[in-house]
Design a protein around this ligand. Sequence first.
Ligand code: CP
Ligand code: NVA
Length: 330
Amino acid sequence: PSATGVPHLLTDNDLSPKQLSDIIQSACLFKHQAKVLGQSSGAPLAGKTMALMFSKRSTRTRVATETAVAYLGGHAMFLGSQDIQLGVNESLLDTSKVVSSMVDGIMARVGAHSEIETLAKYSTVPIINALSDLYHPTQILADLMTLHELYTPQGQDPHTTAPTSTLKNLRLAWVGDGNNILHSLMLQLPKVGMHITMATPKGYEPNAEILKQAQKNAEAHGTDLEVYHDPKDALRNADIIVTDTWISMGQEEEKKQRLTSFAGYQLTTDLIEKSGAHADWKFLHCLPRKQEEVTDDVFYSPRSHVFQEAENRKWTILACINQLLVKKGF
Ligand code: CP
Ligand code: NVA
């Protein structure tokens, strides 16, 4: 919760291990109820509005949020950077006070993480981080839900199985940029008992402060956190392999330099298997994806679960909105 007592989801550390597990399980239950049983939600958000304040493009997060709010019987109002004064022509403080006085929740996609902190400081309604330059917490919830589904033993239902029992001791390897997705992974994985290994080029390591925080989380939960530069070191014994674009939104001007710096970091089946990944390795990617970071033979292989992961953005965001706007807190 913020200083004003309003609950927000701004970074991965806003969720305790129990809250994290509960969200995953709740997301699995929503998926089961909506998709398998075809049940409606009872419209707990009837008459309520969630504002989507997005200063960057989005496919998955936007569609996931708008359809989740619709399922809960509420109204989703998309406010893009071309539509409203989002730190342009008006301060974030003023925008936050005005928008939050009229809506019941805000999903915000921003540039600098400090922008969402400012929004949250002055908002009278819950804010969910829909991506900032430092974190993408709802993405990792979908990743963990997907892994929970994949590792739930046959004959058991993910919505009645504890995520800690399926995810504990799995080893996830990241090869690529030390970016917002890696930061969120580093912070969340220890909370479900997962290990993380990473390889980034020199100069593209994760943020030092967030790494320190992630090391604390790993120590607290007795999980491994290993930092390398050579992709082979990170891939050894990996159960799950993950990457993301080398050029995040806002870094377009660095494209040429980045393509040079990331040479040798492209994930291929050959690199993964020669590095000694687990025989049953699986692949995830938050999307949008470019070919330079992962070849088609990995991305479109049966080991890749990227489209299930993308769909699960909806169920996990639905669970977060339900928690914050219907149940009034995690
Ligand atoms: N993974 C993700 O956040 O995708 P979008 O940018 O399309 O929302
Ligand atoms: N790292 C990417 C993630 C997109 C979902 C970006 O920030 O653009």
